[in-house]
Design a protein around this ligand. Structure first.
Ligand SMILES: [Zn+2]
Length: 375
């Protein structure tokens, strides 16, 4: 196994304001914690410096008109006409260096895809990536450049089949939109239901793809207050059989940590114990894996959970006996302290979420599994 961690000190230099929820230190804190815990010091691991994407690559998904506007926005230039492109809103403000930041993130994801195809790597992680809400000519939900769609389009040109799995709390609306009728991209998104969370209008289970892509789009909307047990119940029933049936060349895993209970933007009750289990299942099911950070609005969750994710991707983990000894009771130095404490959820809440999750699972099992040949 060979793996790469993509990093750049440049990411955290971009700052919109103290109040802006998107934390540009996400790569720094993950990289530093991994370094501190010696999770980068192995002969199969390479740390790769991110470089900006080329303009040509940006056009694999975005319009020239929009990219030109983003470049203007980069200088801090704003006029009202930008609003129709989603620029200058509270979530996607115009700020000095905004193009540079998002273009560097796109460059990291593209480099990750290249490392898997031509660079001999099996696993790549880029914490600043996974901007799944950006459209061809608009910014949305903290996302300006859709690094995912650009990289997928690049790989499709090489004839690759892509499995896209997204466990960020928000629905991956623009990835769904871009490949809705494409059977070469199997899209699976677990997220908090649009009934209670952005992007509101999409991400429901009956959006299953169209034309040749029918059956290649799976949405698993989770009710608010979904906990570890219910999340894993759903994840283990849907993801592994679909991954086995689809046989992708490359898996894209968008591992946002806003599904974690303490996240200020979403309303799920998952801990990073279940999050890590999902990451391990994804790793096991993937021939080649490109993991992207995506959302998460507490730096502490980002640091602990993505460090654990990187450890899991590299089969570096606390020994079973340590976990048993400490049992989540002792939070000392090292990997065991990175795990969340288990969370207690009242029975009536569990009952409600279980019922809804079973209903969604039944829908997917009856309407999508037969198309994919899953019994
Ligand atoms: Zn999110």
């Amino acid at each position: 196994m060979k793996s790469a961690f993509i990093h750049s000190d440049e990411f955290s230099k971009f700052k919109v304001s103290k109040e802006y929820p998107w934390l540009t230190e996400r790569s720094d804190v993950t990289y530093n914690k991994c370094k501190e815990l010696r999770l980068l010091d192995h002969d199969w691991i390479e740390v790769v410096q991110s470089k900006p994407a080329s303009i040509k690559d940006l056009y694999l998904y975005h319009t020239k008109e929009y990219i030109d506007l983003l470049k203007k926005a980069d200088k801090g230039f704003f006029d009202e006409s930008m609003l129709r492109y989603g620029l200058g809103t509270l979530e996607c403000p115009v700020a000095k260096g905004v193009f540079k930041y998002h273009n560097l993130a796109a460059g990291a994801t593209i480099a990750g895809a290249n490392l898997l195809v031509r660079g001999g790597k099996d696993i790549v992680f880029s914490p600043t990536g996974g901007f799944h809400h950006a459209g061809p000519d608009f910014a949305s939900g903290f996302c300006y450049i859709n690094d995912i769609n650009i990289a997928i389009n690049k790989l499709l040109k090489m004839g690759k089949r892509i499995l896209y799995i997204d466990i960020d709390a928000h629905h991956s609306d623009m990835v769904q939109e871009a490949f809705y009728s494409n059977p070469d991209v199997m899209k699976i998104s677990f997220h908090e239901s649009g009934k209670t969370l952005f992007p509101w209008k999409t991400g429901f289970e009956n959006e299953i793809g169209k034309g040749k892509g029918k059956g290649y789009n799976i949405n698993f909307p989770l009710p608010e207050n979904t906990g570890d047990e219910e999340f894993l119940w759903a994840f283990e029933r849907v993801f592994p059989p679909v991954a086995r049936a689809f046989k992708a060349d490359i898996t894209f895993a968008v591992i946002g940590v806003d599904i974690i209970s303490s996240d200020p933007l979403a309303h799920l009750q998952v801990t990073n114990n279940a999050f890590i289990k999902a990451v391990k299942i994804i790793k096991q099911a993937s021939a080649k894996l490109l993991a992207l950070g995506c959302g998460g609005y507490l730096l502490d969750n980002i640091e602990r959970s993505w460090t654990l994710a990187w450890a899991a991707m590299n089969d570096l983990e606390p020994k079973e006996e340590d976990a048993a000894t400490f049992g989540g009771m002792f939070w000392g130095d090292g990997l065991s302290s990175l795990l969340d404490r288990p969370l207690f959820l009242p029975d009536n809440i569990k009952k409600m979420t279980k019922k809804e999750i079973k209903r969604v699972y039944q829908y997917i099992a009856s309407n999508i599994f037969p198309i994919l040949g899953i019994k």
